[in-house]
Write a protein that binds this ligand. Sequence first.
Ligand code: HPA
Length: 237
Amino acid sequence: MSTPHIAAAPGEIAPIVLFPGDPLRAKWIAETFLDDAVLYSQTRGMLGFTGTWQGHRVSVQGSGMGQPSMSIYANELFDQYDVQTVVRVGSCGGLTERVGMRDIIIANGACTDSGINRVRFQGLDYAPVADFGLLRAAVEASETMSLASAVHVGLLFSSDQFYTTRPELNDPFIAHGALGVEMETSALYTLAAYRQRRALSICTVSDHLVTHEATTAQEREQTFGDMIEIALRAATA
Ligand code: HPA
């Protein structure tokens, strides 16, 4: 069996999935953190691998950028492959000076400018939140690790547009606590809730909308490593 977008046989994907946007980041995570990683799908170049981490079967699946692409993979992982736990490991833009470059944001919830949930909830407002057990495990894991950067628990703003002509629309979200902007978490939390699965988003601040700093590729790799370790520990706790 395969799905329209994932060419894996039943059982080839583990119940735990790490979910980066970038398929090459999925490859890097599989090669760097997993033992015996096997490529199970490369449909549309959206690589997926399964291996083990400290004896636990874990898969890493690229999601693509944005809620529509991510939702295709999340739906198929939940519905066709019976995935139980998904941890997004991504990057985000810092929205406030409360967060610094390379800091890690563990998202307890996500707001959005997307029409996806507006259609799903017929114009009413749903509050997409993280699985509390995963959130707690991620925080506890981060407290036992010696990390290069600060860890924050707070809101992400899941935007549908990377290049927006109306940046002022970020302001009310910032005024109400949003720490970072990315493009996937709101839909991920919603889909996981609908299927009664566990989801968490962890993002590293890769660029900053206030200070206009940006990370080098090498810096992103190092801090991404801390984030992956937190994600693996939380997902397998
Ligand atoms: N905007 C949206 N998504 C992002 C950003 C950003 O500035 N940085 C990383 N992901």
